[in-house]
Design a protein around this ligand. Sequence first.
Ligand code: BG6
Length: 482
Amino acid sequence: MEQMKAAGFPEGFLWGSASAAYQIEGGWQEGGKGVTNWDTFVRIPGKTFKATTGDVAVDHYHRYKEDIALMAEMGLKTYRFSISWARIYPEGKGKVNEEGVAFYQNIIDECLKYRIEPMVTIYHWDLPQALVDAYQGWESPQIIDDFVNYAKTLFTRFGDKVKYWITLNEQNIFTSLGWLTAQHPPGKFDDQKMFYQVNHHAFMAHAKTVLAYREMGGKGEIGASFAYTPSYALDCKPINAMAKANYDDLKNYWWMDVYAYGRYPIAALTYLRKKGFAPDMAEGDEEILRKAAKEITFMGVNYYQSCVCEYNPIDGVTPYGTMNTSGVKGSAQEVGIQGIYKNPANPYLLTTDWDWSIDPSGLWFCCREITSRYGLPIIISENGLGAFDKKTEKNEIHDEYRICYLKEHIKALGEAIEEGCQVLAYCTWSFTDLLSWLNGYQKRYGFVYVDREEEEGGTLNRYKKDSFYWYQNVIRTNGVEL
Ligand code: BG6
């Protein structure tokens, strides 16, 4: 394989990989865990690809030692994983489930045994069902205190060992899919007003958690992880340049500005007020958001693809075009907001089988934008390629396309670092294969192949892919050999 020299990664750079509880753990009714919104949602016919669930997932609940040993063999410097709220508080609040605490304590200790820095996501989408039953979960401001209570329990129990905290994973995605496209729980369609309200509650939960962490004496790194899809204007036609500006305000800065500045972007807020969709804020909220913004120490970025922006006529496409969840190339439809912007395909980029554009430069743009706009250090908390992998009879997986994808993205990241962006960590998605929320088990992301299909019943054995050995060498050489 051709060896390429990357730009310099700093000493102590955290080469990592990421996962999320629902997508790997399984053991959905074990260890005193409560039922979550996802446990409920996947049982509604038609909601997931071939009705896949995370009931067993890739059985990390029982195999975490094997998985972490593989991470150690690879030389991983950090492992980002999420904690399932319902394992800590089966009812969302009230009595702590000690078995759940012990499970995550074991994971953290296992990581530390191998000098792998644990990076904890407090919320990666699985919400205790009890809180949905009690007050509709994120729709009520009551969730703010319950979230902070849960997070404080994590700080108390794990704060001496965990130095990296991610409050929320992709708030923009779980709320869009939950309240606009009905693809995630609670499966609401086109509820714009509630979408912005839910987001405001999530911002407040994030902000109060950040403040609580500091009040409790937490000195580690804390921030949120955002699904950042940077944009390019279709061309220099002013109306398309404005479509890009509108897209950025509504789809990116709406979240990142709140995390980093504690305020909503003004043009987007004005537009949403006119439409009647702007969130209601309680007295004092803005001050809390501003205070918390001063306490975050990084912007977490999950980067998969970039997009193109073009003016969208008033009778143009809607946000509700079909998403490709089958891996049949070309089945995704164009989306946009009528009268504002739309996202046509980029003719200069290749796409994955799920129609996601492949654009290493996009990662570079993300870093540049965050550095210039917010002056914050960056954690790339996810980046990776979902693909159909095939295991040979000799149990080998030749995923050179994944190596190529990651290599180009790491090169782009190196360029951003050379230009002065402060990047603390790079986590690939994902370490082992795992459940893709809407795309089943056939969309694989891992360095480690897991023997299972949509149906339960595979051996769940782990097999190292070619990309495993490749990333091992990237880490060993601190990104010099790609
Ligand atoms: C991110 C999520 O949106 O992207 C992950 O944080 C998710 O949980 C990943 O799995 C890849 O998305 P998908 O839809 O291909 O599984």
